[in-house]
Design a protein around this ligand. Structure first.
Ligand code: GLC
Ligand code: CA
Length: 549
């Protein structure tokens, strides 16, 4: 496998990255144009969210043709040029493979609808219950029942996501062959990384009503999941030792992740898990406003760090992606301590054991969208939930408040390249409004400022390459019960890192449980941080200390 431990991955949401032809949608030529920016940042891989032909009901996660580039983004020639130009800058390309489902516009699904049995068996078609209702009570992740009725077939098909995203039947070996073949196709184009979308949902178990929940216990980390991943590995990416892979694991368990990302499992290089990003939910319910449970956040991060290390398994470490609100708005401060808190959050992730992922704009401290009207939103999940929450009796005002906090569109607003009206993203009308704070928060301003959030990310990425303890070190929590501080230690071959972070805007006393003799400050978000016996950490203060052997 590629050297994923000392690598950093940068996630690009192409639709919102850079538009080069004025149609308001970012494109592949826009990514090519910004490769020097990415090289300067120091990242090793760029992960592009799906760029395949798609009706775009879920921004490309509804794939209609896995082997062709959506013309909105460009051409196959553009893609090939991107791979080549990135390669010249030592940047490798990671693609986002959506194999739990296809778009209902995919030719396989169209054939299935025409009555072709071979293709019906590519999907999960089931008769309704005797009274005609759906086969099970499972809920779609985007709201409503997860089965859609097709009158002329008198059958339902399963869609765990939007009704235009039909779940594939992985029990069918022909489906598994198709999938491996698609992965090999992109390997042939020089792709060196794959992210597999909601991949722990592909093995469905029993089709039964869930009397306790929304159905997820029947299809999450399902009965044949490890077998399917091992087979895909052997049939495709496992043949190229340079390739790295990451699986997006929805509501997974740590036990399963030991295997998904175990050094010797023959499955994937690493996993995204999301438990630490549900600390401002009520259980699994995200459409509520509850304060962040800091103690739980810390417990979850620490137990995954320690658990995965103990089992020789590898984490992807991250705060942000295109499905999550902006982290500085979520766990930091959009106000006075915007810069300090964004830097603190960055340090927490980058000094952990795992491969850090940076989501476009995170390196600038971009904030939530701040939308106040429904017509500003584009995301299918947000639009569906607006209605669902209204139907539950919530006032329009409270629904807006919830969307403002939790909508996926918060992180999808266009990249803020400069201070002009549309942030330098497009000369046309952006598909999703640019945040007006681009006047203050933008790449151009930060490139010129050695104290910027961008400069801090560059430093963190550089340090990972300079000191092997970042990639190789073990993990030990420090003062795990402290109410305001997240601190930990990494150790490798006599080198030690200590990372200390005040998560709040209030000063807080902190005492290090170990001696800090011989340590020096490697990176901090205040100009004059220095370790002391009895420390008083300033608002969002973050200090990374090192002692070399
Ligand atoms: C993943 C993607 C998300 C998408 C869903 C369905 O969670 O990250 O954007 O909507 O899968 O493909
Ligand atoms: Ca464009």
């Amino acid at each position: 496998m590629g050297d994923f431990k000392s690598s950093v991955v940068y996630q690009i949401y192409p639709k919102s990255f850079l538009d080069t032809n004025g149609d308001g949608l970012g494109d592949l030529r826009g990514v090519i144009r910004k490769l020097d920016y990415l090289r300067e940042l120091g990242v090793d891989y760029i992960w592009l969210t799906p760029i395949f032909v798609s009706p775009q009901n879920d921004n490309g996660y509804d794939v209609a043709d896995y082997r062709a580039i959506d013309p909105r983004y460009g051409t196959m020639a553009d893609f090939e040029e991107l791979v080549a130009q990135a390669g010249q800058r030592d940047i490798k390309v990671m693609l986002d493979m959506v194999f739990n489902h296809t778009s209902t516009h995919h030719v396989w699904f169209q054939r299935a609808l025409e009555g072709d049995r071979t293709y019906q068996d590519y999907y999960i078609f089931r008769p309704g219950k005797p009274d005609g209702s759906p086969p099970t009570n499972w809920e779609s992740k985007f709201g409503g029942n997860a089965w859609e009725y097709v009158p002329h077939l008198d059958k339902y098909y399963l869609h765990l996501f939007d009704k235009t995203q039909a779940d594939l039947n992985w029990e069918n070996p022909a489906v598994r062959r198709e999938v491996a073949d698609i992965v090999r196709f992109w390997m042939g184009k020089g792709v060196k990384g794959f992210r597999f979308d909601v991949v722990n949902l592909i093995s469905k178990g029993e089709y039964a009503d869930d009397l306790q929940g929304d159905g997820r216990r029947f299809y999450t980390d399902g009965p044949r999941i490890h077998e399917f991943l091992q087979e895909l590995n052997a049939q495709s990416f496992g043949r190229d030792p340079e390739i790295i892979t990451v699986g997006e694991m929805s509501s997974t368990s740590m036990d399963n992740c030991f295997r998904y990302a175990g050094e010797k499992s023959g499955e994937l290089s690493m996993v995204f898990s999301f438990h630490h990003l549900k600390v401002d939910f009520m259980g699994n319910e995200k459409w509520v406003i509850v304060p962040t449970d800091f103690g739980r956040l810390k417990d979850l991060l620490f137990s995954w760090q320690e658990g995965m290390a103990a089992h020789g398994a590898w984490n992807a470490v991250f705060w942000c992606n295109h499905d999550q609100p902006r982290v500085v708005s979520r766990f930091g401060d959009e106000g006075v301590y915007w810069k300090q808190s964004a830097k603190m959050l960055a340090t927490v992730i980058h000094a952990m054991r795992g491969t850090p992922y940076v989501y476009q704009g995170e390196e600038l401290g971009m904030t939530n969208a701040g939308f106040t009207r429904l017509d500003q939103y584009r995301d299918v999940e947000s639009l569906n939930h607006f209605q669902i929450l209204r139907d539950k009796g919530l006032s329009e005002e409270s629904v807006y408040q919830i969307l403002k906090v939790h909508s996926r569109d918060n992180s999808r607003t266009p990249m803020q390249w400069d201070a002009t009206h549309n942030g330098g993203f497009t000369t046309g009308e952006p598909w999703l409004s640019v945040n007006p704070n681009t006047a203050a928060i933008n790449a151009q301003a930060q490139q010129a400022d050695p104290d910027s959030i961008l400069a801090h990310y560059k430093a963190l990425i550089r340090l990972r390459k300079e000191y092997p303890v970042f990639a190789q070190g073990d993990f030990a929590p420090l003062t795990p019960d402290h109410p305001a501080v997240l601190a930990y230690r990494r150790q490798w071959e006599g080198a030690q890192l200590v990372c200390v972070n005040n998560f709040f805007r209030k000063e807080t006393p902190w005492r290090c449980p170990q001696s800090l003799e011989g340590f020096r400050v490697l990176l901090s978000n205040y100009p004059d941080s220095a370790p002391a016996g009895e420390w008083v950490l300033r608002p969002y203060e973050s200090v990374l200390l090192i002692k070399e052997s």
